[in-house]
Write a protein that binds this ligand. Structure first.
Ligand SMILES: Cc1ncc(C[n+]2csc(CCOP(=O)(O)OP(=O)(O)O)c2C)c(N)n1
Length: 206
């Protein structure tokens, strides 16, 4: 007969076993690996601020204003240009606001799309309110449940680098989640949407 588990006996979420890392450091590690004009879509706020600070590439797109759109935009780019690897950088709060995109990614199954989720457990930009990922929701479990089978927490920086290498050579969409500290972003981006769009369109030769 199976025993009922109390909350205290429930195994810790896998994410709780991972090292707390730094968003800018991880962003720099990703950018350093990009040698083939890969597209990178930074989400609203900190993910795109640190992407900007990591070095401005014409293939970077910096999302302004709306939470949760890094993955849908990256999905569009990945589908339109299957020969180009595409990376979405998104915060945990933003992804949780737009979870349906994970099911669409799983169903359309683009081999060239990688999602990196920077989980600080808070909506940092708006004052540090806790997100559900800080207590009860496991982003990797959600992504796997959505059908993105190659979804993993990065245990530490070395593991993160290996997961990124694998993702950039994968034959199906991948998601890498990282726990990060609450350091503020290094800088802010140019807030000129037309310029961001035009530079990106040229950068990916669209
Ligand atoms: C649709 C929508 N709702 C709310 C906001 C206000 N807002 C902007 S950024 C943000 C928090 C983003 O949190 P997260 O994605 O976890 O990134 P972090 O700030 O922690 O880096 C909020 C609530 C918004 N811009 N768009």
């Amino acid at each position: 007969m199976s025993e009922v588990m109390t909350d205290q006996e429930t195994p810790a979420l896998p994410s709780r076993n991972t090292k707390v890392m730094n968003r800018f450091d991880l962003t720099r590690r990703v950018v350093a690996k990009l040698k083939r004009e890969e597209a990178v879509i930074g989400g609203i706020g900190n993910t795109n601020f640190d992407l900007w600070a990591a070095g401005q590439r014409p293939q970077n797109f910096y999302m302004l204003g709306s939470m949760g759109l890094a993955v849908p935009i990256a999905l569009g780019v990945a589908l339109a240009q299957p020969g180009r690897r595409t990376v979405a950088l998104e915060g945990d709060g933003s992804l949780l606001m737009q979870l349906g995109c994970l099911t669409t990614v799983a169903m359309l199954n683009p081999a060239n799309l990688t999602i990196i989720v920077m989980d600080n457990g808070i909506y940092q930009i708006t004052g540090g309110q806790p997100t559900p990922a800080s207590t009860c929701s496991d982003i990797v479990a959600i992504a796997r449940g959505a059908g993105i089978s190659q979804s993993n927490w990065a245990a530490d920086e070395e593991d993160f680098e290996q997961l990124v290498d694998k993702a950039l050579a994968a034959d199906k969409p991948t998601l890498i989640a990282v726990r990060i500290d609450q350091e503020p972003a290094i800088t802010t981006t140019d807030r000129d949407p037309s310029r961001i769009r035009d530079r990106f369109m040229q950068g990916i030769r669209a």
